[in-house]
Design a protein around this ligand. Sequence first.
Ligand SMILES: [Fe+2]
Length: 236
Amino acid sequence: MPGSRIDYKPYDDNTQLARYIDRYPLSFTRTPLAPLVPRPLTLSERTGPIASDQFALGPMDLSRAAADAPRATGQLIQISGRITDEDGSPIPNAVVEIWQANSAGKYIHDADRHNAPVDPNFTGEGRLMTDAEGQFQFFSIKPGAYPVLESGWWWRPPHIHFSILGRSWMDRFVTQIFFPGEPLNETDLLLNAVPDRDVRERLIFQFEGTSMGEVNAMGFRRDFVLRGRRQTPELD
Ligand SMILES: [Fe+2]
């Protein structure tokens, strides 16, 4: 329709994860071997209601396994951010799924063979929704670093995984966000597989300072742009 066309500016490949990552033999498993097949959303996917009442609304507390349970071991952190489209419009009611290792660098997952302790007070999983301004906020425990055992040398720096679902279940954005000032950020094969150094900053939390009083926590912020030239790189 004339006048209502969205001026979409696609991103530069240097701002996203490289298809082949040097020294990472399994990197080919992370990207499709064949060209992607366009799959337009159907009318029902674009207009249908989502069952938003199933999801907890923020702020949310991942630092405890249950609301009245003891706090998990580790540094309490408060994470906040805002999710927008390429033109800066907020994405309200986006479902944000979070998963992370505990403070010792251990996931609750059968595939995790790292000999670090599981914390009975920490699940490392959460789900919340953005508000009308596209904002989200939650408490958690700062994750620990962990080794990629089959590599023989590579340790993943502390990071939190994010999955953001838009209006349709077909709209899923997946990435990992890192902490500022971590020495392992310099050697991480995934973070450094985004060739553009400035764009890698979009994958690192900004330190927001400390809160003191009823809640003592370190604050971090990360805003997400879901497409276009300012898009946050996707790391699955
Ligand atoms: Fe991870």
